[in-house]
Design a protein around this ligand. Structure first.
Ligand code: SF4
Length: 381
């Protein structure tokens, strides 16, 4: 990652993904070049003024904040303080759909804003920076993906939330990391074979856990792909009592070292419930804010992303999540700029797999409340 200051108070970040990994194998990620524009931290007085302005504008514009766990702590705290939400992408989608506000301000990456718009086409969806993207989305262009699907007509197409509206429109099912295991397991029980995209590591984890027949798109998250098992083992030796919490977008040898594997919500839950006071965490370090706020007295250590002699690329923080800042948020609330638009016909197609996922998880919740251990019915795909 190379950074250079520009007169526009931003930092340009060039990301170069190597063609092969350290063992010389083709790299999982098909994104080789990308960039991000990361705002500089405002000075304390400017920061306070921006927060006041955002609080006022949210009320004036009948708007609500929907923030992801990986964005700047200020955007997480402001969302909660003003009646919005900080959550994973599944809860962000649900919350935006069900909230009465007519304007949703989504702090995260573009696919999250698109998903909010697809589920609430009548609402205005704004984002601090429309160029905030994701290596999984970038690495799964719809034309190549459609050709991949066409080559496997006998498979149910399951895509991760981190995809464009066009890719979602080509899918039978959408999943997030918090419901992927349960949905694939249910599809397998129906005898279905799966085409999975785009995160190869998450797909591999689900295949190992469920035994489902799966073929994979060759994508990876530039943040989680960089966690290193060898260095993690060394860190575990330094902290023998620490439990290891891993997001399943990480490589298989990192997942194998985990005491708990799961989505951001599952990681939060594990930190609360596991019998330990020290944790090594392999996910975006934006999560540390919530982990530390909710667990005072517990210690959270970032999992290593590179060896002593190597240079990390993402350094455990998503450059695109980092594009969300207070100034951008205040500006879009004030001007209405950076609105997300999704072609209505495409939106209708993309909505079907999202609705299936939401119906599945809602049924699962109902059954859990009723004390049933039966798996929810999948409905028609
Ligand atoms: S952390 Fe990874 S999966 Fe999440 S938005 Fe960034 S690149 Fe995409």
């Amino acid at each position: 990652m190379q950074a250079s200051a520009t007169p526009a108070s931003t930092i340009n970040v060039d990301y170069e993904q190597p063609e092969t990994d350290r063992a010389g194998e083709p790299h999982a990620c098909s994104t080789h070049h990308a960039w991000a524009r990361v705002p500089v931290e405002p000075a304390p007085t400017e920061r306070a003024a921006l927060k006041d302005k955002i609080r006022r504008l949210l009320k004036e514009k009948n708007a609500v904040m929907v923030s992801h766990y990986y964005v700047h702590p200020d955007l997480q705290d402001l969302a909660e303080e003003t009646g919005g939400i900080v959550s994973d992408s599944l809860e962000m989608a649900r919350f935006g759909r069900d909230h009465a506000a007519q304007t949703l301000v989504v702090s995260g990456v573009r696919f999250m804003g698109e998903t909010a718009k697809i589920l609430s086409p009548e609402k205005r969806v704004l984002m601090p920076d429309l160029d905030a993207t994701c290596s999984l989305d970038l690495g799964c262009p719809v034309q190549e993906f459609s050709a991949f699907c066409d080559a496997h007509p006998d498979r149910t197409v399951v895509v991760y939330a981190n995809t464009s509206a066009a890719v979602k429109a080509r899918a039978d099912w959408l999943v997030t990391s918090s419901c992927a295991l349960d949905i694939v397991r249910a599809l397998k029980d129906q005898g279905q074979k799966i085409l999975w995209a785009p995160d190869r590591h998450l797909g591999g984890y689900i295949q190992r856990e469920t035994g489902a027949d799966m073929v994979f798109w060759n994508g990876a998250c530039i943040v989680h792909d960089e966690f290193k098992a060898f260095e993690l083992e060394a860190l575990k030796k330094e902290h023998p009592k620490a439990k290891v919490l891993v997001h399943p977008e990480s490589p298989a040898d990192v997942v194998a070292l985990a005491d708990a594997v799961g989505s951001t919500s599952a990681i939060l839950n594990a930190a609360r419930t596991l019998d330990a006071t020290e944790f090594i965490v392999a996910t975006d370090n934006g999560m540390m804010h919530k982990l530390r706020t909710l667990n005072p007295g517990k210690v959270f250590i970032e999992a290593p992303t590179a060896g002593n002699s190597a240079t990390c690329k993402s350094c455990a923080h998503c450059p695109w999540m980092a594009m969300n800042g207070l100034a951008g948020l205040a500006q879009v609330l004030e001007t209405g700029a950076n609105e997300i638009h999704v072609d209505p016909a495409l939106g209708l197609l993309a909505r079907r797999p999202i609705d299936r996922m939401l119906a599945f998880t809602a049924a699962q919740k109902q059954q859990a409340l009723a004390g049933s251990h039966l798996r929810p019915h999948l409905g028609a795909a």
